[in-house]
Write a protein that binds this ligand. Structure first.
Ligand code: 3PY
Ligand code: MG
Length: 266
């Protein structure tokens, strides 16, 4: 058993961090490019989320992006399009070691997200020896993959509506939820506030902090999407753990824009 790129993955380091009070920091892959995933992974992020909800990524490209992330040493994860067994099962069989599930608004939604991800018991995932099972156990027909998957695949519901914030403690108390991820923009939309009405001192910020408090109370990790490294550092200090720093597309455009503006034409 070894690291994320080896033949046998000992354990999922993202899940380990979330359960041991440590941060797990990554970025979003929205460019629909395995080359981007591979290069980003080699930067050193703990994980990469392939955004299957909001990028136009195709299924084959998503699978190759998982491979590329793993090759570069980052835990391959996906934001699934919806809390839906059809999508979640296929994306797990394709090799995601963690799922970020949008718009989880209640404990019932969270229970469904967990069930969609797990085998046996209250789980409804169906088995085949997919590509990732051989990284858990190389014996015939998946070996102990089902137990390994139940133990190691991270389940991270998104809290991104007013209703979800109100239900945060219940959502974060559901067995099998490894952490939550706040979607600040959808939360703002749900609150009916504009971007300039968010930030320090705002009701929007207070809502996000109340989710963090709920997480601390029940002992479940909380995360959020951040704009830049300064925010990631600030959020770590506050106690957030699962932190996304922007996206490959966002960082490319930001850097390209600043470089383009810096060029002096004769
Ligand atoms: C949001 O801000 O709504 C998000 O989903 C960020 O990932
Ligand atoms: Mg969102």
């Amino acid at each position: 058993m070894g690291g994320i790129g080896s033949n046998k993955i000992a354990h999922n380091p993202v899940k380990y961090n979330l359960h041991h009070g440590l941060p797990a920091i990554g970025t979003w892959i929205s460019l629909c490019s395995p080359a981007s995933a591979e290069s980003m992974a080699r930067v050193g992020w703990d994980w990469l989320v392939i955004d299957v909800q909001h990028s136009p990524v195709g299924f084959d490209t998503m699978v190759n992006s998982f491979r590329a992330a793993q090759l570069g040493g980052a835990v391959p994860m996906a934001r699934v399009p919806w809390n839906d067994i059809v999508w979640m099962q296929r994306i797990l069989d394709a090799g995601a070691l963690g799922l970020v599930i949008p718009m989880v608004n209640s404990a019932e939604d969270a229970e469904k997200a967990v069930a969609n991800t797990k085998y046996g018991g209250s789980g409804i995932r169906s088995f085949t020896s997919g590509r990732i099972s051989s990284y858990a156990d190389t014996s015939d027909y998946g070996g102990d993959y089902t137990d390994w998957a139940n133990d190691n695949i991270a389940v991270i519901p998104m809290i991104e509506t007013v209703q979800a914030v109100k239900n945060a403690e219940a959502i974060l108390s559901v067995e099998g939820v490894d952490g939550c991820f706040i979607g600040p923009r959808d939360l703002a939309i749900s609150m009916g506030v504009k971007p300039h009405e968010t930030g320090p001192g705002s009701e929007h910020e207070a809502m996000m902090m109340s989710v963090l408090e709920a997480g601390k109370k029940v002992g479940t990790a909380v995360g959020k999407h951040c704009d830049d490294a300064d925010e990631v550092n600030e959020r770590i200090a506050q106690g957030f753990q699962f932190l996304a720093l922007a996206s490959d597309a966002g960082m490319m455009i930001k850097m390209a824009t600043s470089q383009f503006k810096a060029v002096r034409r004769p």
